[in-house]
Structures are given as C-alpha cells and as structure tokens.
Design a protein around this ligand. Structure first.
Ligand code: AP5
Length: 220
C-alpha cells in the first residue's frame, strides 16, 4: 500500500452504536489493524495485569478510565509497524485531552490526517442493543441474543467458544456510560467537525448496509 492510501480512521459514537462491529469489518476490508481500547483494557483485566487492576473499577462502574492510562496505550499501539498503512481506532479518543494527544502523536509520527466516522444511533436502540449483547470468549465475535442467530456456544462454526455478557452491560453501568458519553465524548463531534475531519453515518439498519456506508465514508 502506498503513502497515498494510508487510512487513519476513528470510529466515534455512543456505547452500543456498533463501533466494534463496524471497525472489525472495516479493518479487515482495508487490511489495517482494528484497535479497540475497550478490548485492550478487558484483556488486561482478564489477565490480571497492573493496567487491568487500575482499570477494572472504572470499567465495571461504566466510567471512563483516566486519560493518562488510555493515551499511553493508544500511543504505543499506533507507533507499531503494522499501523504504517493505517488503522481503525474503536473507542479512542473519547475525551478532548485524548483527541489532542492523538493529534500530537500523529504529527510526531508524520502521519496523514484522521478521518472520523460518527455512527448515529438513538438512545432507545442503544439500550436495546447493549442489554441483548453477548461476546465470545473464543473469537471475540459480537452477537445479539435477539438476532435469532446466537445461542450457546458461539454461532461461528470455526470457534464454538463460550458467549458471555459484559459486566458493564448491566442497567446501572449502561446509564453511567451514556452519561459519560454525553459529558465527555459528545464534544468530540464538534471538535472534529470544526476541523473538517468528521463524517456522519446513520448507524441504524442492517449491519451490511451500514458497513457499505462506513466503507464509503472511509474512502471518501
Ligand atoms: P468500549 O468497549 O469502547 O465500550 P463502548 O464505547 O461503550 O462501546 P461498546 O463496545 O459497548 O459498543 P460498540 O459501539 O462497540 O457496539 P457493538 O459493535 O459492540 O469501552 C468499555 C469501557 O472501557 C468504557 O466504559 C471505559 O471504562 C473503558 N474505555 C475504553 N476506551 C476508553 C477510552 N478511550 N478512555 C477511557 N476509558 C475507556 O454493538 C453493540 C450491540 O449491537 C451488539 O450486540 C451488536 O451485535 C449489535 N449491533 C451492532 N450493529 C447493529 C445493527 N446495525 N443493528 C442491530 N444490532 C447491531
């Protein structure tokens, strides 16, 4: 892939907007890494690392993990060689200080500008999606228990791992995540809009149709 093709993408949107679902597809389609700070933190918690120990309480409560921890993770990951052709960031940045740190990192690394894809989904749909979401311990696949295509084990025939419900998909934590989104992440819509980097994509409808709209937004 030439420099001209470098695709540095950010998926923005409320909890449950489909960032993980669409970022995984987009990363695969563009052959660039899908980087989810939520996944990195959940893995750290599962492995009982120092990072996981520091992050767990915030995550279970639905609060954001402190900026300095998350910025360090993202910086280190983006600087790796496999991100040279680009990346799809999922769940980062989600505060203005994180967006500023990402901008500084991109300049330091001499990278091309970001494109920020903002998935728009109503609050009713978000609550429905989060309360029915299940994740596979084996392949990391994301499913919905009312899709009719899930069960126990994982519906992926190559995996058949165990499905589980995330600890932050309980009603109290969902409410706190929505508050954190409104207070700390929603301002990024204006932040990136003012810089001409934002593309809005409607996030309700069939995942395949949304994937096409996201792909077009990424290539525009
Ligand atoms: P994170 O893992 O990033 O969670 P989130 O932003 O709340 O987003 P979700 O993963 O819940 O939703 P999603 O938008 O990816 O939707 P998904 O594709 O799964 O962060 C978790 C926690 O980690 C945070 O609360 C915080 O504590 C910490 N953290 C992470 N990053 C941080 C940062 N940068 N700074 C500070 N703290 C940070 O889809 C949801 C469901 O909908 C699924 O069941 C899916 O199957 C279904 N679905 C998807 N698309 C559709 C569709 N089109 N139609 C119907 N159903 C659909």
């Amino acid at each position: 892939m030439s420099d001209r093709d470098e695709r540095n993408l950010v998926m923005l949107g409320p909890p449950g907007a489909g960032k993980g679902t669409q970022a995984a597809r987009l990363g695969e389609r563009l052959s660039v890494p899908h980087i989810s700070t939520g996944d990195i933190l959940r893995e750290a918690v599962a492995n009982g690392t120092e990072l996981g120990r520091q992050a767990k309480g915030y995550m279970d409560a639905g609060e954001l993990v402190p900026d300095e921890l998350v910025i360090a993770i993202a910086r280190e990951r983006i600087a790796r060689e496999d991100c040279a052709p680009g990346f799809v960031l999922d769940g980062f940045p989600r505060t203005v200080p994180q967006a500023e740190a990402l901008g500084a990192t991109m300049r330091e690394l001499g990278r091309k500008p970001l494109r920020v894809i903002n998935l728009q989904v109503s609050e009713d749909e978000i609550i429905r999606r989060l309360s029915t979401r299940r994740t596979c311990r084996g392949c990391g696949g994301i499913y919905s228990v009312d899709d009719g295509d899930t069960g126990d084990p994982c519906p992926n025939p190559d995996c058949e791992g165990e499905l589980y419900q995330r600890s932050d998909d309980q009603p109290e934590a969902i409410a706190e995540r929505l508050r954190a989104y409104a207070n700390q992440t929603q301002p990024l819509i204006d932040y990136y809009g003012e810089r001409g980097l934002l593309v809005n994509v409607p996030g309700e409808g069939a995942p395949d149709q949304i994937a096409e709209a996201v792909f077009r937004a990424a290539r525009a």
